[in-house]
Design a protein around this ligand. Structure first.
Ligand code: ATP
Ligand code: MG
Ligand code: FE
Length: 335
């Protein structure tokens, strides 16, 4: 089965062709990061307009790279939420037009379920059930993956998402956008024990909170500035990052143990964080729990992950008709 997938929920216009859901034939990503950098974050109207300019060429490139024509495609998969409505509409409308004119099924895909599915592409032997820790720009969720396309949410962030925390701290230190990769890199030169930032375990449950940590870092930076003391950005980056990854790792392992799972799959942009990968892998060793994560290019937004999730929806009969609309606040597991 050949899938043509389209992703446009945020600031990447992406298209991918896959064979049987897990084999990538092409994975084209046109990122708008440079365009949004000068604003310090994604500007919705600017993003939609850029998606519109790019979508046709990106889809064509995905077909060309895969050596495929429209007539070879068995179904279309496209992100229909969550994300920015204008951005989503560009990809979804393009997908609907293609599905209609080619007379093939349309499968709407949840972007977050796409992030989780990146693990199926990376690890050919990975099968549900497992625990997934979803850590992206807009989401932080601990979820049981009961079967393909079947999710049960154990916990989520009560305020900021983990990626959002990285981006906000980086912005406060004037480091640029997106903040995650920059902090990751700087932290390698810093001392993670230099500053004792708070760990928000909240309670014994599986929810997260990052706004207290964010305030603590901002207060630290302000106090240093007031006293005219030097700020060692590497140490701040390392100490902040350690506070985030310690809580994420601890709660994910706790969920796996308590719910009886032997595999945790990391998903989303923050799954590319080197400290998170190291910490949770190290902590899991004594627990007999295996940690999986996608390669870097599959962690952040791409259409291959959307195609993989779409493929499993398709073979399980979960397809959509032409009335499918963008759902900006679509929840994981929601149909
Ligand atoms: P969502 O998927 O929740 O809708 P999104 O699509 O904007 O949001 P992703 O593409 O999953 O988010 O990931 C982008 C986020 O990942 C940004 O917040 C970015 O800072 C973060 N990120 C990317 N690389 C790293 C890294 N190495 N360390 C920490 N964070 C990172
Ligand atoms: Mg992005
Ligand atoms: Fe994403």
């Amino acid at each position: 089965i050949i899938t043509l997938a389209i992703e446009s929920s945020c600031d990447e216009t992406a298209a991918s062709v896959l064979r049987n859901g897990r084999e990538i034939l092409s994975n084209v990503i046109s990122t708008q990061i440079e365009l949004h950098k000068k604003f310090g974050g994604v500007v919705p109207e600017v993003a939609s307009r850029k998606h519109l300019e790019n979508i046709d060429a990106v889809v064509q490139e995905a077909l060309d790279e895969a050596n495929m024509q429209f007539s070879d495609i068995d179904h279309i998969a496209a992100t229909y939420g969550p994300g920015m409505v204008g951005a989503l509409l560009v990809g979804l409308s393009h997908a609907k037009a293609l599905a209609y004119t080619l007379d093939i099924p349309l499968v709407g895909v949840n972007h977050i379920e796409g992030h989780v599915s990146a693990n199926y592409i990376e690890h050919k032997d990975l099968k549900p059930p497992f625990i997934t820790l979803i850590v992206s720009g807009g989401h932080t969720h601990l979820v049981e993956v009961k079967d393909y396309g079947e999710y049960e949410i154990l916990g989520k962030t009560r305020d900021d998402a983990s990626g959002e925390a990285f981006d906000k701290i980086a912005r406060a230190m004037g480091l640029g956008y997106p903040g995650g990769p920059i902090i990751d890199k700087l932290a390698k030169e810093g001392n993670k024990h230099a500053i004792e930032f708070p760990r928000a375990y909240i309670d014994e449950g599986y929810d997260f909170s990052f706004s207290g940590l964010k305030s603590a870092v901002l207060n630290y930076l302000n106090a240093k500035k007031m006293k005219n003391e030097e700020i060692v950005v590497e140490d701040v980056a390392a100490s902040f990052q350690e506070a985030v990854v310690e809580v994420l790792s601890t709660k994910a392992l706790k969920a796996a143990k308590e719910k009886g799972y032997s595999t945790i799959a990391l998903a989303g942009g923050v799954a590319s964080n080197s400290a998170l990968r190291e910490k949770i892998t190290e902590m899991s060793k004594s627990e007999g729990i295996e940690i999986k994560y996608p390669s870097l290019i599959l962690c952040t937004d791409n259409a291959a992950m959307i195609g993989c999730a779409g493929y499993y929806n398709f073979i399980n009969g979960r397809i959509h008709d032409m009335s499918l609309n963008a759902v900006p606040n679509l929840k994981i597991g929601q149909r």
